[in-house]
Design a protein. Structure first.
Length: 500
């Protein structure tokens, strides 16, 4: 496995994930302690509503980097400018359309969700802040494609780190010197992303003078080409919303604001695993694009399986640790009341290492232009998720556990079975070519779980200090054991240590 800046991308993305985890951990707990569980439930619903808006834009954003990286690899200035400007001006038009949409939602917030009178104004402001942050990040996309080409995604990870520090700092300052507000955590991130957009623009102007931001390069045919592939990724995004983000909204509507807050808190564990997945997958994407652009399909398959196994192992370690220490974590993090929902945590995370590892296969579909069938299957899975959730909650009265079980069933079938089989078929390999690598998480989950239970048996894990010690000990020992037991992971670890 060869990839420029792999070590730097991996290390800084790891730091970014750790800081994002700590930020989410502290901000969620702090807001719930100061403002109550229901207040955090509003934040979770608004963030997921804005994520739904991403369905409209993902047709452009999801394949933008693919097209621009391939054109940059070909060194054709004309085609580079066509791809860059077509995407940039299309996203600018979408951003302009989002402004009135977010304003309308903000002024009619009480009509689209359950909000108590005392929080209505704050939730409206939160809608605007999160919405405009979404717009700014939308405009960053074509500039970030340049960092994909250079394999310097760590620039974006550094911005993420600053954004998370800003969230914590602004919450602390606002809540201390002014008053608690539900939008406090997101206003700092908005300003960081505005500054990052300006920095990205200046970087591209300086290092890529051949790229000219000019509407004359906008090509309708290029837009159609991008949308033909990207529209199916939009459907996949819809499925992702139906599979995960919509569950918080359904909890708010069907179960009330308190249980929505409970579910949103537990779902933060899923969000952390999602952060890890996206960060690791992004490390492998540039090389996948370049291998495909140069026609090296066998090399692409091998590189993808390497990435799939590494991601699966990493996620397995995290999930294994959560299976052992999750109940203690929730009790210390927010309240011992959450110990009553420790079974919910197990149901929410036990399948995620295998399911989330499939994201690298999803990006493989984008790379090779096979997005239609996965999108249709994903949409079907999303619909089934909502139907199952309705049946479990309305018919069998399973409450919040119904939401979690619906996700578990659908993710296991879609991401754990269908996606790896279809990916193998697309590249003309045996049906189990990818499944074997994806199931590598079982080894890391078992090793981590056994190590964690031994630690928990020997020591009383009843404080943050002991929990951190247990997590570090379990994770480090498990990672070392896995490197010894698995040759592929051992080679990757040795290669990372040798890189400068």
């Amino acid at each position: 496995m060869t990839s420029k800046n792999l070590k730097k991308n991996f290390l800084i993305s790891t730091a970014s994930m750790a800081i994002q985890f700590l930020q989410s951990l502290w901000v969620t707990s702090y807001i719930q302690r100061v403002m109550g569980v229901a207040a955090y439930g509003y934040i979770a619903v608004i963030v997921n509503l804005v994520n739904m808006a991403g369905i409209v834009t993902v047709a452009l954003t999801s394949v933008c980097s693919r097209f621009i990286v391939i054109e940059l690899e070909g060194k054709d200035c004309g085609r580079i400018n066509q791809s860059f400007n077509t995407v940039f001006y299309a996203l600018a038009a979408v951003a302009a359309a989002c402004v009135p949409a977010f304003l309308i939602l903000a002024f009619h917030i009480t009509e689209i969700m359950n909000v108590s009178e005392g929080f209505a104004g704050q939730v409206s402001v939160l809608m605007l802040v999160v919405g405009f942050d979404f717009i700014v990040q939308l405009l960053q996309v074509p500039f970030l494609s340049v960092f994909y080409y250079e394999e310097r995604m760590y620039y974006n990870y550094l911005v993420v780190i600053l954004s998370n520090f800003a969230k914590m700092a602004v919450v602390l300052v606002l809540f201390t010197v002014w008053q608690p507000v539900v939008w406090g955590a997101y206003i700092g991130a908005l300003f960081i992303n505005i500054a990052a957009l300006w920095a990205y623009y200046k970087y591209v102007r300086r290092h890529y003078p051949q790229i000219k931001a000019n509407i004359v390069f906008f090509q309708i045919q290029k837009l159609k080409e991008i949308l033909r592939m990207g529209i199916w990724v939009s459907f996949s995004k819809l499925a992702a919303v139906l599979l995960s983000s919509s569950s918080t909204y359904l909890a708010n509507i069907w179960l009330g604001v308190y249980l929505a807050g409970i579910y949103g808190s537990v779902a933060q564990i899923q969000s952390i695993l999602s952060f890890i997945t996206v960060s690791v997958v992004n490390i492998f994407l540039p090389q996948m694009y370049k291998l495909y652009a140069s026609g090296q399909k066998a090399g692409l398959a091998e590189y993808t399986t390497d990435g799939l196994k590494i991601l699966s192992m990493i996620l397995g370690i995290v999930v294994g640790g959560l299976m052992v220490f999750g109940d203690i974590f929730m009790g210390l993090w927010i309240s011992k009341t959450y110990l009553a929902y420790r079974a919910l945590l197990v149901v929410c995370v036990c399948y995620l290492a295998n399911a989330y590892a499939a994201e690298i296969l999803n990006q493989l579909f984008v790379t090779i232009g096979k997005t239609k069938t996965p999108a249709l299957v994903s949409v079907l899975a999303g619909v089934v998720n909502v139907v199952l959730a309705a049946v479990f909650i309305k018919r069998f009265d399973m409450g919040v556990y119904g939401l979690a079980l619906a996700q578990l069933a659908v993710f296991c079938v879609r991401s754990g079975i269908w996606m790896p089989v279809y990916a193998a078929r697309c590249l003309n390999y045996q049906w189990n070519f990818f499944i074997k690598k994806q199931l590598a998480c079982v080894l890391s989950m078992v090793v981590t779980g056994l190590t964690g239970w031994v630690f928990r048996y020997l020591f009383a894990v009843n404080s943050w200090g002991m929990l951190v010690l247990g997590g570090v000990f379990t994770g480090s020992l498990s990672a070392g054991a896995i490197c010894i037991l698995d040759q592929d992971i051992r080679k990757f670890a040795v290669g990372m240590l040798k890189r400068r």
